[in-house]
Design a protein around this ligand. Sequence first.
Ligand SMILES: [Cu+2]
Length: 377
Amino acid sequence: MMDTILTLAETVRAEKGGGLLHRFSFGHVGNSTQAYETEWLYIFIVWVNIISFIVVMGPMFWFVFKYHRSKQATNYQQSASHNTPLELAWSIIPLLVLVPIFFWGFEGYLSKLASPSDAEEIQIKASMWNWEATYRNGAQPHPRDYVKIMESDLEVPLIVVPQDRPVRLIMHSSDVLHSFFVPDFRTKMDVTPNRYTSMWFEAREVTLRGDEGTWYRRLPNGKRDFVGHKVFCAEYCGNQHSEMAAGLVVLTREEYAQKLEEWLNPYSEGMSPREIGEIAYKKRACNTCHSIDGQRNTGPTWKNWYGYEHAYADGQKRMVDENHLRENILYSQKTLVAGYPSSMPVYAGVLKDIEVNGLIEYIKSLSDRGPYKDAPQ
Ligand SMILES: [Cu+2]
């Protein structure tokens, strides 16, 4: 039966490309080979709702008038205690509708879990509040290519996937429960600590570039709009959950391979520690909790952090120098800044040494008491 329904969905797509309700709900068919099944099931459920609404509410309003008190002032009849044919009808008919919905949903779910064996595998690590992709060659999205996909100025990673090839995501979380959600692919999956979850998709169309070869397009109101697919976290995971996002674009196979090569070494030779720190600030997602412009965020701003005294939760004041920074970047719980939660992750064993040195240098460069104060930036 499943095959019949799925074929039916295919036929509808081939013939009509989606009806009015489809266009109203989705705008267009999602950019993945499995999207239409999800859409079709959704539309089917909406129709079931519309019809049930009419079948239940219609008679109800009609009865309100038909049996209004004014029309039968006397002679109330006792209501029937039961009516077997009616009860059977309202049990069996919904069952005939709901059971297929269950199987159809289950089938769709399984088909998104079991990936083809030749799929391109991408590791995804979720953490508060960042998505970190690692490709088969070890490459990771380079902060140079990060994108702004939201109203806020936060730059989020750009995940690239190849066209015409199944992509399997192997996902885990380093802290709490998250969920990888790509609305344009009509697919999402929980991402949990201590075990892997996976899902796969195959993108149908390559993402077309926007203005001047960028991933943005200018809207009539002057704002810029990201042309790729947005990735969100769909499981509430803390106070910046709504900013846990990424951009996703589909590239041709050649472009994809080229990007992976390009992303292999984010810290190339000849970079100063400060430049390395600036890249690590985004790549390691320090930017999700720390601003560099004086704004308070989940963590304190890095502007004028170095070289000043700050108050700590144990009641002491401390002067922030290189050693203090190093200790507290690797083991943030060592000394907690007064008035902030202890939500900074432990970075010992995560950050490379050149990153720690770079980050310290970058933080120094943001202070007017640092060695960079006169130097051109
Ligand atoms: Cu999350």
